[in-house]
Design a protein around this ligand. Structure first.
Ligand SMILES: [Zn+2]
Length: 401
């Protein structure tokens, strides 16, 4: 793909409807004659959405995908787009492009001064985009790239333009279908580059990417091979403290046995021919399975009530800063945590005794991710402590029968 084709593509991408920005439009028009531009990139949802924006006089918003993109890709793509648009449409005068990405601005200075060491690009993140930017710079001598501080309250032209670019790039995540995909610089990739379906080319952190993929494969296998006793790969991550640093390791041992399907309930022992009956040892007319012992058996009703009261009290403390509506929404969920209710559980059924927590963000979609994580961890620890308390009681009572 040659540079003329790329310019044509970007010319096609230039939005036909002017972008609207908050309260600065008049000012923007007043600085058009000064030929000032700003660029910004934005990354959201753990790299699932990366956008680039340039403003003004001719706003362009692009989505970056197909290269395991991060915020660096968004920033550099915006600088490339600015260089291409200015060269194609406004080459008669000199222009200034302001970016809050200091790393790129310094790199542009190094590229222009030709002071980079020979092997500089070998391990540079987003190097295919930087090589493309270098190519653009080689034919855009009249464009001056400068750094502007991000998220400042200054009222000078670069800061105002930076806020506009930031607004454009950030808001594009929520209207992604309205903006075109940026071209993938396959022409400037390394001679050999990793490629992954649904991800694209991998040129950054290859070792980390492969480790993460292998880890996902193992967690999927553990989840299904354990008959869903192990945590779902998409479930919130459990805290490691109770398993690695707690001085009372009984909870961790109970979890080890429960998640590996080795908890010696009468159901399991009968299935192995070690007992003649699998009936609950506490007299219930039910088979003694983990689900019966932890969820149903009335022998442990007091334990469950006590834990729910404790969870309720600690959850209130975590919900200190949220609105009354959300607080009530969360607290209404707590009485159902230990029952086979209609709560959304990641595995389709209530398996709290395996340390699993319900899908809280579906139950309370307005809760912030920070509080979601804190609640999930609080509930997880309460659940594994209750499971250990119940199983400890099962063993003690069994010894006395
Ligand atoms: Zn029972």
């Amino acid at each position: 793909m040659n540079m003329t084709v790329l310019v044509c593509i970007l010319r096609h991408y230039v939005t036909t409807e002017p972008l609207r920005f908050r309260g600065t439009r008049d000012y923007t028009y007043s600085i058009l004659s000064r030929c000032q531009w700003a660029t910004d990139g934005s990354c959201l949802d753990d790299h699932r959405s990366v956008t680039s924006a340039i403003v003004d006089p001719q706003p362009v918003v692009l989505r970056v995908s197909g290269t395991n993109a991060s915020s660096i890709h968004g920033e550099v793509m915006a600088l490339i787009a600015a260089g291409l648009v200015i060269s194609a449409h406004f080459s008669s005068t000199s222009h200034a492009v302001h970016s809050d990405h200091l790393q790129s601005i310094r790199l542009i200075e190094d590229i222009r001064s030709d002071t980079l060491p020979p092997n500089f690009w070998a391990h540079k993140p987003a190097r295919s985009y930087y090589r493309w930017l270098g190519n653009v710079l080689s034919r855009a001598h009249d464009i001056r790239f400068t750094h502007v501080k991000a998220h400042s309250s200054a009222s000078d032209a670069p800061s105002l333009l930076n806020r506009q670019a930031d607004d454009a790039a950030s808001s594009a995540h929520y209207r992604s279908s309205s903006f075109p995909l940026a071209p993938i610089p396959t022409f400037s990739l390394d001679n050999f580059s990793l490629w992954c379906p649904l991800v694209g080319f991998i040129e950054n952190n290859v070792l980390q990417f492969i480790t993460s993929r292998l880890s996902q494969q193992v967690s999927h296998r553990l989840f299904f091979d354990s008959n869903q006793r192990m945590p779902s790969p998409v479930a919130p991550r459990s805290p490691t403290f109770p398993y690695e640093r707690s001085s009372a390791g009984y909870s961790a041992v109970v979890q080890l046995y429960a998640r590996s399907g080795q908890l010696p309930t009468r159901g399991l022992l009968a299935s192995r021919g070690m007992l003649s009956s699998c009936r609950c040892r506490f007299g219930c007319h039910a088979a003694e399975s983990p689900d019966h012992i932890f969820n149903v058996c009335p022998t442990f009703d007091d334990f469950r009530r006590s834990t729910l009261a404790d969870v309720h009290q600690k959850s209130i403390a975590l919900l200190h800063g949220v609105t009354p509506h959300i607080r009530v929404q969360v607290l209404d969920v707590i009485p159902s945590l230990l029952s086979s209710s209609a709560l959304l559980w990641p595995h389709g059924s209530n398996t709290w005794f395996l340390g699993h927590t319900p899908v809280i963000h579906h139950l309370c979609p307005l809760l912030s991710s920070r509080i979601l994580c804190a609640l999930s961890q609080l509930w997880h620890i309460s659940f594994i402590h209750l499971a250990a308390r119940i199983w400890g009681c099962v063993q003690r009572l069994s010894a006395s029968y």
